[in-house]
Ligand binder design. Structure first.
Ligand code: GLY
Length: 345
């Protein structure tokens, strides 16, 4: 639910779930910036709020255990509900902890970043990073409710804003030339809120429609992986190097490189890349990577959970804007060419 009225949205969400106890999960950032707003409505005793350290580096089994221990210590039951207040990290890990606790208690996502408004909050992908691989342990478990409070966007730093915008770009590329043009016409400097709300709404519709058709990613939902094979490898490498790249930036670079592959392999018009490149020069900046890292990146891609064979990497590519093709098996030579191109921009 998209709203400016968090109070009413929370009341409605809670009223829909028969529950014995309500708990809130925040991270160290949302505890300070967002919890006070949530507490205006919920007024929970302090001990019913649990806070984890912010940042993808903490999306670990250890953090899942901390949440489980908290739930046990509070005698949570399967009729309890966990309200995740945060971005994708809190939603993914909170959703996982709730869905596995006592074989599953309900959870609600109160999204606090543009990135999670557009992607993580919806669709029920829960989990955590394991064995150096992003989201490699997890399960599909749908939230009982999703609240997108547009007021949180007013204070969102530019980097986080661009991170979310990259997922909007992905949805537009999958959806249609009309959606892509609308998005590329948006003035990122002005951040006009009326136009942004419309764009967010349209972007959420793209994802929601796909998730409704294919909730557990048997086919169509794989289109949402566009940009993510290379994007996840870039992100994982940056985490290993101790200089984490924001998820959306990695997705943006992944989209560019995978569009390059799409031009080579599926005949996508290179005009699409030309239309998107100003975003790199004007906003995202060039990726801080070099051609020397290509083999490490390809190695990470060979461990991607989306692969179906051991010798090739599975991609979603674009034949045209609005026509994504899933299960494109690509060899290392093609991936190398795309990464060399990306790093030479
Ligand atoms: N983030 C892609 C998906 O939810 O399927």
């Amino acid at each position: 639910m998209l709203t400016h009225d968090l109070d009413m949205a929370l009341r409605d969400a809670v009223a829909l779930i028969p529950t014995d106890q309500i708990f809130v999960l925040t991270d160290s950032n949302t505890r300070v910036h967002c919890l006070p707003l949530v507490q205006t409505t919920l007024r929970l005793p302090e001990q019913q709020v649990f806070t984890i350290e912010a940042g993808d580096a903490n999306k670990t089994l250890n953090t899942v255990e901390q949440i489980w221990r908290f739930l046990f210590s509070m005698h949570a039951t399967r009729r309890s509900v966990l309200i995740n207040v945060g971005g994708g990290m809190v939603e993914d890990i909170g959703g996982f902890a709730a869905s596995t606790y006592m074989r599953g208690m309900s959870y609600v996502n109160v999204s606090t970043t543009l990135l999670s408004d557009i992607d993580a909050a919806y669709g029920g992908k829960t989990g955590f990073n394991y064995n150096g691989l992003k989201n490699s342990i997890g399960l599909f478990a749908q939230p009982k409710s999703v609240i997108i409070c547009l007021d949180f966007l007013k204070t969102l730093p530019a980097e986080q804003f661009l991170s979310g915008f990259a997922e909007m770009l992905k949805h537009a590329l999958i959806s249609s030339p009309l959606e892509l043009n609308r998005l590329l016409e948006y003035d990122l400097n002005s951040r006009d809120t009326n136009e942004l709300e419309t764009l967010i709404q349209r972007s959420i519709v793209v994802k929601s429609y796909i998730v409704e058709q294919d909730p557990e990613e048997a086919g169509m939902r794989k289109t949402l992986n566009l940009g993510h094979t290379i994007g996840h490898a870039l992100e994982q490498m940056s985490i290993k190097q101790g200089r984490p790249m924001p998820h959306g930036y990695a997705v943006f670079y992944g989209l560019l490189a995978e569009m390059y592959m799409s031009v080579r392999l599926l005949g996508l018009s290179d005009n699409v890349i030309r239309e998107c490149l100003p975003l790199l020069y004007d906003y995202y900046g060039k990726p801080e990577c070099s051609c020397k890292q290509v083999s490490e990146l390809i190695d990470l891609m060979h461990h991607d959970k989306k692969n179906t064979t051991t010798d090739k990497v599975n991609f979603t590519l674009l034949q045209a804007v609005g026509n994504a093709r899933i299960n494109q098996q690509c060899d290392d030579k093609t991936i190398t060419e795309a990464l060399d191109w990306l790093f030479s921009l």
